[in-house]
Design a binder for this molecule. Structure first.
Ligand code: CAA
Length: 284
């Protein structure tokens, strides 16, 4: 079983930057990688802003902020990852992008390094099957915001070596997270529960019989969730919700699992939620 001390995270969007922060706070050395120097610097900006917020709230000392940032190497070079023990891919949810990254990693990292994906919708088995060592490929799925939410889904394929899944589970515990282990199925566990609820809420809103605020209050105040469903869609990203809907519908063919028409339209219009400044609500 590989002992993990050096971690790499590829893709520094909302999730990737959050995962970098989690590992760096957990005292791991972290390579934070994105496709260009500009994107890597944007990632540095996300992590720094989040740490600054923690300092301003008195949750992190200035010294710990510095120490956390010092553990992170921001880079645009995948070839820097030769000595990584664990690589977590958090790039956009397109199979061809994932395949090209995992194929490149096959030639860069040690044969015993673990390759993980943070995918929330794509088949881990398909990702693993495209690599030279599918037995070391596993899902490590964090939840948004990664520095706050405790759940980590560890996704096992039929090809994975059990010791790899065990190592990732142990690592999640070490980071103070709550791991759940699940086989490779559409929506894994949490999204299989959450996405039908979000999709139902969007369809209800689309009927025009309830305002977005009242709908969100029903979810938040009535059901006791931390956010209403439309606000949560905006946080997660409407494109992400749409992709998971598509995967679940492909698996079940149940009309109720299909992506709601309004969701499809908002995604086509580029209104993806907080990250683009507009979704169900306006953040500009
Ligand atoms: N990074 C780091 N810390 C953050 C943060 C971020 N992006 N956003 C919020 N926080 C911290 C705040 O600093 C604050 O910490 P303290 O209480 O220690 O001061 C705490 O979280 C609460 O934040 P706020 O006071 O700003 O606001 P809030 O009480 O409304 O909480 C929330 C914000 C944590 C996002 C909360 O509303 C929440 O948990 N919402 C539900 C999120 C959820 O369900 N996520 C799962 C989505 S599904 C998914 O991700 C999987 C997928 O594949 C689609």
């Amino acid at each position: 079983m590989v002992s993990v001390t050096k971690v790499a995270v590829i893709g520094l969007g909302t999730m990737g930057a959050g995962i970098v922060e989690v590992f760096a706070k957990g005292e791991f050395a972290v390579y934070a990688v994105d496709g260009t120097t500009e994107l890597a610097e944007r990632g540095r900006g996300f992590v720094t802003k989040s740490l600054d917020r923690a300092v301003s709230k008195g949750k992190l000392t200035e010294a710990d902020r510095h120490a956390t940032l010092d553990r992170i190497t921001f880079t645009a070079e995948l070839t820097d990852l030769v000595d990584a023990d664990l690589v977590i891919e958090a790039v956009p949810e397109r199979m061809e992008i994932k395949h090209s990254i995992f194929t490149a990693l096959d030639d860069i990292v040690r044969p015993d390094a673990i390759l993980a994906s943070n995918t929330s919708s794509l088949s881990l088995t398909e990702i693993a099957a495209g690599t030279r060592h599918p037995e070391r490929v596993v899902g490590m799925h964090f939840f948004n915001p990664a520095p706050v939410l405790k759940l980590v889904e560890v996704i096992r394929t039929v090809l994975v070596d059990e010791s790899v899944a065990d190592t990732v589970r142990e690592l999640a515990l070490q980071l103070g997270k709550k791991p759940v282990v699940v086989g490779d199925r559409a929506g894994f566990v949490a999204n299989a529960l959450l996405i039908p609820y979000l999709s139902r809420a969007i369809a209800l809103y689309e009927t025009g019989k309830v305002s977005r605020v009242d709908l969100d209050n029903a979810g938040r105040v009535g059901i006791g969730l931390p956010m209403g469903p439309l606000t949560l869609c905006d946080l997660v990203g409407l494109d992400v919700v749409h992709e998971v809907c598509k995967v679940m519908y492909d698996a079940t063919k149940r009309p109720s699992d299909a992506s709601p028409s309004l969701l499809r339209q908002l995604v086509l219009a580029g209104r993806l939620g907080r990250k683009t400044g507009q979704g169900f609500y306006d953040y500009s």
